[in-house]
Design a protein around this ligand. Structure first.
Ligand SMILES: NC(=O)c1ccc[n+]([C@@H]2O[C@H](COP(=O)([O-])OP(=O)(O)OC[C@H]3O[C@@H](n4cnc5c(N)ncnc54)[C@H](OP(=O)(O)O)[C@@H]3O)[C@@H](O)[C@H]2O)c1
Length: 367
């Protein structure tokens, strides 16, 4: 019989963190929690620790790093938000433990450093539903037979709107995502299509795929989680109910598949599936992220940091929706791209880009 896997959850109080705990409670003989970390909702985390009999907790991204080294930790679920999660991803892989990665920003910023360490199947399991889907479509296939990856996008709450209409949209409107219920940062990223841009870069690193062979298609029902097209013209798609516990559980159960009490997808209820090209002229963040990814080096780290600052400002009502792309573009233009060499270098680049973005936004407010 397989022994129970020890799990550390970084970001346990967030959307992915809480759903990971749900998966643990549905699989009490297969998973147990060794450690929990959060940012600010400490009493929520303490309640979780009590419920799951967890002795080790940490507050803040730096303290969370200590949990990775604990005895009995097999899997680290990185569900932190933003580049703050990079060190945890790095340390998990360095320690030879399985990284179940929701924190896509880790790969966007530090994919060049992380991927060489994820050298064995199952060492780095994506939690993002799109990448979990592609991972499963690729199982049992030859890499040389893959023609293209199709990453699906819901299109977000502002799909179909013009630049003029987007000028005055509010954070409250952006937070009303049509299909997924997620934390605030990723929800704003979904409304700007930056989330899809981050996912294209994530797919490039995870599946070693050139950018020219990664397509984005809007699939508003979010029933198709992504697809892989093969050289013989066959396309494999991954479908399922829009429930993040499915990809979370797969990342934790791999290489096995476990039963899950999720609502099955009823195709008779689903009706039609629509597809459309993304509007990258209006939603410029997707094009900017692609450009950052293609250029490579430290540019994705700059793009990501500027985006984090701008999204934070938008959530506080301190800049407009359209300022987000403008701020990212400004930081990218001002950056002199370097080859990625170390975590420390990436952190410096990240801090410079944050300063640049703050300056840009304060000029916007002053104007
Ligand atoms: N939500 C989804 O459905 C979904 C799907 C795919 C991928 N993802 C990715 O998963 C990651 C997490 O997203 P989420 O939606 O779960 O976010 P969320 O609901 O905002 O939760 C973030 C979690 O991280 C903690 N945290 C944030 N900054 C931290 C720091 N500096 N130090 C320690 N803890 C910190 C938060 O703690 P406190 O709340 O206690 O401050 C919270 O527990 C993101 O990278 C996102 O892009 C999410």
């Amino acid at each position: 019989m397989m022994s129970s896997k020890g799990v550390v959850i970084l970001g346990s109080t967030g959307s992915i963190g809480c759903q990971t705990l749900d998966v643990v409670s549905q699989n009490p003989d297969k998973l147990h929690v060794v450690g929990l970390a959060c940012g600010t909702r400490v009493s929520d985390m303490q309640r979780q620790a009590q419920k799951f009999s967890v002795r080790h907790t940490a507050v803040g991204a730096d303290d969370a790093l200590d949990l990775i080294d604990l005895d009995g930790v097999d899997i680290v679920v990185n569900a932190l938000v933003g580049a703050a999660g990079l060190r945890a991803s790095y340390k998990t892989l360095m320690a030879g433990k399985t990284l179940a990665l929701a924190n896509k920003e880790s790969l966007v910023v530090g994919g060049d450093l992380l991927m060489p360490m994820a050298d064995k199947p199952g060492r780095l399991m994506p939690i993002d539903s799109e990448h979990g889907a592609i991972y499963q479509c690729l199982m049992g296939e030859e890499a040389s037979h893959v023609r293209r990856l199709w990453v699906t996008a819901s299109g977000g709450p502002f799909r179909g709107m013009t630049t003029d209409q987007l000028k005055n949209v509010t954070a409250k409107e952006a937070l009303a995502h049509p299909t997924w219920n997620m934390g605030p940062k990723i929800t704003i990223d979904s409304s700007t299509l930056m989330n899809k841009g981050l996912e294209v870069i994530e797919a490039h690193h995870l599946f070693d795929m050139p950018y020219e062979r990664i397509e984005v298609v809007v699939q508003p029902q979010s029933a198709i989680h992504s697809m892989v097209e093969y050289t013989d013209g066959s396309v494999k798609a991954h479908l399922g109910t829009t429930d993040m516990r499915i990809p979370i559980q797969f990342a934790l159960s791999y290489p096995e598949r476990w039963d899950a009490p999720v609502a099955p997808l009823d195709f008779r209820e689903l009706g039609s599936l629509e597809f459309a090209a993304p509007d990258t002229k209006t939603f410029r963040c997707l094009a900017l992220a692609r450009e950052a990814g293609k250029t490579g080096g430290t540019l994705p780290a700059v793009m990501n940091a500027a985006n984090e600052v701008a999204v934070g400002a938008f959530l506080q009502g301190e800049c407009s929706f359209l300022d987000i792309a403008a701020c990212v573009e400004d930081a990218m233009e001002k950056h002199k791209v370097q080859r990625v060499e170390s975590i420390e270098q990436l952190q410096e680049v990240d801090m410079d880009a944050r300063r640049c973005a703050l300056n840009y936004l304060s000029d916007c407010t002053a104007a």
